[in-house]
Design a protein around this ligand. Structure first.
Ligand code: V47
Length: 374
């Protein structure tokens, strides 16, 4: 088929809500111009989410940066004996939770390093301390890679690990650690950590236990188009099976202070292409997030016209991207988020982690039922 025939065929599929194939994805990634890609993705976004763009009020907590792994893309990790190494005490965790409460946050996002000397109980305790300090906050904690490490530490199955964390107050899993599923690329960027199949098995188990989770893809390093499409389709397959993913977040590689600092940061052009491509390929995901921390506020705002319906949140205290050279502020106010969303022509809706509408009166907040997404 000619290139224009291929594009016509894809346009027709998108218009009819038909699923795109691996070959369609590869064609779009390698040959389709940005505006055509964006227009199609925006059509899909509009069908799924209308005029709404979501944000949430959240706070990040990275309880330690000490990590047994040495992923080449990571600037955040530290050796145990480095001057940079830190570990939060229970009091420091409580202080962060009380700050989150004062800021009116509905979610705390917790990820960190895999500390050589901490046992599983320490990670459970992080969740428990947060939950006991303020039971109302949703705890989105520990990526699939961390869950895999806990299973290794305890020699217990994923289900057991997840149930222990749920009993302590875990509310959902963030989408990190997915990187790129292709085994060859993965061996170049994060050789020793949980492999793709483990990451997928962990999210499947979480979904079976009733936990929702997110998914990510780290792009703009040594991967190629075929690896990106393969990654998206593996996620789409799992979503067909469980329906447990809430949102997909394409993560642009930030090279500063990493083992791949010779690479260039992805351009705004590529960032927008990845947003649009994911919207088109992940037909069974309700939401695509333009994570402003990593895209920058300006690109994230434009991404709302290229397939994204979510801009993440107020954030505060983000370290993983800032250690890798992100120039974005560490947090945005609700007013700033509203302005970005409104100027992009969307209606800002504050959601909780599970995409339910948050209502506020003064310092109080509560959740409107029923759930906004299936
Ligand atoms: O898994 C680490 C990525 C992820 C770098 O679920 C880097 O709502 C770029 O997953 N350049 C962790 N990326 C962050 C994450 C996340 C972020 C926001 C929202 C959610 C969610 C999840 O960050 C890691 C890795 O893929 N990462 N270092 C870097 N130098």
């Amino acid at each position: 088929m000619t290139a224009s025939g291929m594009l016509d065929d894809i346009r027709r599929k998108v218009e009819n809500g038909e699923r795109l194939s691996f070959e369609d994805g590869l064609f779009l990634d390698e040959h389709c111009d940005l505006l055509t890609l964006g227009r199609m993705a925006n059509r899909v976004r509009e069908r799924k989410n209308g005029d709404v763009a979501y944000y949430n009020t959240n706070v990040h907590l990275n309880p330690t940066n000490v990590c047994v792994y040495r992923c080449t893309f990571c600037a955040f990790r530290s050796d145990l004996r480095s001057d940079r190494a830190y570990v939060f005490s229970d009091d420091m965790i409580r202080e962060r939770v009380l700050e989150a409460q004062a800021r009116g946050a509905t979610e705390i996002h917790v990820v960190g390093g895999l500390h050589h000397q901490r046992k599983f109980d320490w990670y459970v305790n992080v969740v428990r301390v947060i939950h006991e300090t303020w039971p109302q906050i949703h705890i989105k904690a520990w990526t699939g890679v961390e869950i895999n490490w806990f299973a290794h530490l305890t020699k217990q199955p994923y289900e057991w690990v997840l149930r222990e964390l749920m009993a302590a107050g875990l509310g959902s899993l963030p989408g990190g650690g997915a990187e790129i599923f292709d085994e060859h690329v993965r061996s170049q960027i994060c050789e020793h950590k949980a492999d793709s199949q483990h990451w997928i098995d962990i999210h499947r188990t979480a979904h079976q236990l009733g936990l929702r989770s997110n998914a990510t893809m780290l792009y703009g390093h040594v991967e190629q188009a075929r690896h990106r499409i393969d990654h998206l389709l593996r996620l789409r397959d799992l979503q067909d099976e469980t329906g447990g993913f809430q949102t997909f977040i394409p993560l642009a590689f930030h090279p500063e202070n990493t083992g791949m600092s010779h690479l260039h940061k992805p351009t705004g052009h590529m960032d927008l292409r990845m947003i649009a491509l994911s919207r088109l390929m992940l037909d069974n995901f309700d939401h695509i997030k333009a994570y402003w921390i990593m895209l920058g506020e300006k690109t994230a705002q434009v991404a709302l016209g290229f397939g994204a319906d979510d801009i993440d949140g107020t954030v505060v205290h983000e370290l993983i991207y800032h250690d890798a050279g992100a120039k974005t502020p560490e947090g945005l106010t609700v007013d700033q988020l509203h302005r970005l969303i409104r100027e992009a022509g969307r209606e800002p809706v504050e959601r909780d982690t599970l995409y339910r509408r948050v209502q506020r009166r003064g310092a109080e907040w509560w959740i409107d039922e029923p759930a906004l997404s299936a």
